[in-house]
Ligand binder design. Sequence first.
Ligand code: ADP
Ligand code: MG
Ligand code: MG
Length: 206
Amino acid sequence: MDTAFFVAWFEDAAKVVRLRRDELTRLDAAIGDADHGANLDRGFAEVRAALTDWPPASPVQALVSAGTTLIRRVGGASGPLYGSAFRQMGKTLEEPVTLARFAGAFEAGVVAVERLGKAAPGDKTMIDALAPASRALALAVREGLEPLEAFERAARAAEEGALATIPMRARKGRASYLGERSVGHEDPGAASSALIVASLATVAGG
Ligand code: ADP
Ligand code: MG
Ligand code: MG
C-alpha cells in the first residue's frame, strides 16, 4: 500500500460520497438536520483538491492532509470526527505500509473518534460501522489474508454495522435529541462510514 493507494482511496471515497450524497442527506433529514451528504461531499471534494494541489510524498502525509482538510472545511460533527480519525491513522501508521500496520492505524483512528465524540458502540453513530470494520481487519491480519479480501470483509462488517443502527436509540449527536423517535432509521454517519470503508476494497480490487 503506497502513497498512490491512499490517494486513490480518498478519490474513490469522494466519488462515492458525491453519488450517494442525496441518500446520506435523506438519512440525516430523518434524525438530524439534513446536511450530512452536503457536509461530506464538500469535505471530500476539498480533500481531493488538497491532494492534487499538494501531492503527498507518503501515505502518512496523505492521511494527515485529508484529516486536516476535513477538520478545517466541514462544519458539522462529522468533519472533526472523520478528520481526527484520518489524522490519528496518519500519526500511528508505520511505513512501509503492510496490512497489519494499516489495521493497527485504522484501530487508532476509531479510538480517536470514540474519544472525541465520547461515543461507544451501540450509541447509533459512525462508531457502529467503524468498530466492526476494525475488528474484521484485525481478524483478517491474524488469518493472513491478502488486502483485497481483508478490505472486502471490513466493508461487509461496516455495512452490517450501519444497518444494525436502525433499531438503535441514538445517545450521541443531534439524533439523540429525538430520543425514542430516532429508532427505526439508519444513522447517516454509520452509512457514510460503510461507503468510505467499501472504497478500500474498490481500490484494492483495482
Ligand atoms: P451534524 O450532526 O453536526 O449536522 P453531520 O450531519 O455531518 O453533522 O454528521 C452526523 C453524524 O455524525 C451522525 O450520524 C453520527 O454518525 C456522527 N456523530 C455525531 N455526533 C457524534 C459523536 N458524539 N460521536 C460519534 N459520532 C457522532
Ligand atoms: Mg447533520
Ligand atoms: Mg449540521
